[in-house]
Write a protein that binds this ligand. Sequence first.
Ligand SMILES: Cc1cc2nc3c(=O)[nH]c(=O)nc-3n(C[C@H](O)[C@H](O)[C@H](O)COP(=O)(O)O)c2cc1C
Ligand code: SF4
Ligand code: SF4
Length: 317
Amino acid sequence: MDTRRDFIRKSAILGAALCIPVTLARESRAAYPDLKTHDPKKALVLWYSQTGQTRRYAKLIGCLLKGKGLAVDVCNMQEFDKNLLPVYDLIIAGTPVFYYDIPSNVSDWLETIPSIAGTPVAAFVSFGGPEGNQHNASMHLLKLLTAKGGVPVGRDAFRNIASYPTPTWNTTNQKASQHLPDAATFDQVRRFTADSLDRVTRNETIPLSYEFAFREVLGALPLSWLNKKAISKHTVNAEKCIGCLTCVRKCPTKAINPLKQSVNREKCLACFGCLNNCPADAVVMEYRSERLYGFPEYLKRNNIIIMEPSEFSTCRM
Ligand SMILES: Cc1cc2nc3c(=O)[nH]c(=O)nc-3n(C[C@H](O)[C@H](O)[C@H](O)COP(=O)(O)O)c2cc1C
Ligand code: SF4
Ligand code: SF4
């Protein structure tokens, strides 16, 4: 019998074959409010990140905007007071692609932000491999920001090493993305930032476009729920746990309790944030009876050092 992972892999291959990207919707400049300013002074770069890839791009964008003379805040979405959003002249938000879309905790958060009418907004996603519905995921993020009055000035998707845990961490995507991000990825981030800022100055918007592709249909499946069915023994090893509570901070739904070695399976989104961030290898998860281990351990075992952009030698965010 096919496992869910086999099913998704085969579907993705089929999807690639059937994929005919079609732009479903476009909107013109006239569809949005006037920009609050063409000369932004205060920018916010908001990120959600489980293994640091999206955070890295957010910090680089922050450094680049700072280099252009803007006052910049770069913040973890989970810790940011959303009532402060209207004070910014430019908002750029980034998230990983999880299960062919943006994480549900990110969309939940953005659905309850106050009006940001007239604020230029840009969105980016980080992702692990091709055929992962990145275009539509980034457009979903942008759409949520424009639904609150944001004016769309940029979107992009930056590929990096995939942080989706498998027992061996050697999927095709994993191997193909091991060297990413590289210098070209960071150049793409620089272009995205410069272009977004230029559009604000020139009073230009980008269209919200959607690609219809077979892979998008996969996104409609309850993928994290299906994944949870394939994951077993999700708990905490009390002997290894050092009580640092990193897993609690990283869990978007507060589903894990390391003190009781328990995980609320109803609340859990199968995001692997607990596994991918535990410094003591104390989070236990099995996939098809094979033990999973987290992203830092995978990097260590394979001597992988993720490249940092040159800006970080002079800019701290
Ligand atoms: C639970 C989970 C689901 C994922 N699903 C996708 C996906 O559908 N498409 C994709 O391109 N990458 C997928 N990835 C890979 C992540 O998007 C990628 O590793 C991302 O850059 C992680 O960002 P972060 O380090 O900021 O958490 C997934 C990773 C995880 C952990
Ligand atoms: S992150 Fe790991 S070590 Fe820290 S509290 Fe959670 S399970 Fe324990
Ligand atoms: S308990 Fe579930 S939702 Fe929470 S971090 Fe772990 S995998 Fe993600």
